[in-house]
Design a protein around this ligand. Sequence first.
Ligand SMILES: Nc1ncnc2c1ncn2[C@@H]1O[C@H](COP(=O)(O)OP(=O)(O)OP(=O)(O)O)[C@@H](O)[C@H]1O
Ligand SMILES: [Mg+2]
Length: 215
Amino acid sequence: MQGKFITFEGGEGTGKSTQLKLLAEWLRLHGVECVESKEPGGTEVGKDIRRLLVCGDKDKMDPVAEALLYYADRRIHLTQKIWPTLEQGQWLLSDRYADSTTAYQFFGYKQRVRRETLDSLYHLVAGDFKPDLTILLDIDPKIGLERSFAKAGTMSEKETRFESRGLEFHNLLREGFLEIAKSEPQRFVILDANTTIENLHQEIVRVISERFGIK
Ligand SMILES: Nc1ncnc2c1ncn2[C@@H]1O[C@H](COP(=O)(O)OP(=O)(O)OP(=O)(O)O)[C@@H](O)[C@H]1O
Ligand SMILES: [Mg+2]
């Protein structure tokens, strides 16, 4: 049986990485084999693409060029890791996926990449394939960014391109994620991330157990 493909989405500091790890541990305890991954940079080649995308001057590339790099990374991630993992019957959990590209490149940058362009890039690299479930962690960006800044001292590779954008950008991003989620209600679950790590984990476990029948 095919494994499930679960993606975590949301702005900076919403708790995606924290919750992905906790869910992976919980799934393993319940007998579900799973692989933890992320975008950009979920593969060896993708790590080089990630460096181009997340390090350095925040305006070093135009949004279309950025979108193309994200989609190159995504294609490699799908062909080398996501699809093979699912075919082996394991689950794949991804820290960000295509909704982040749409949220950043279309909503955050005020539509500097056309929605149709992004949707056709998606179709080119993934066809009709979609996540089985996308968990959108939603929080006031003021709180999310505070969390991000608090952990910034521990960041390894100066991944500061997006954290350095203003609050206005992050508010657009948040609205963008919510709009995408509302357009595909069956794929998304939106969770309030302004709670403790443990509470949010329990919410996620509840959703996963209900939807996929894991006990
Ligand atoms: N529910 C929470 N309450 C308080 N702090 C939290 C919570 N969840 C995560 N944190 C802390 O906030 C910081 C950001 O969390 P995390 O790295 O999981 O977010 P993220 O969504 O992956 O962020 P980014 O988009 O920057 O990768 C971390 O230091 C983490 O320990
Ligand atoms: Mg993270």
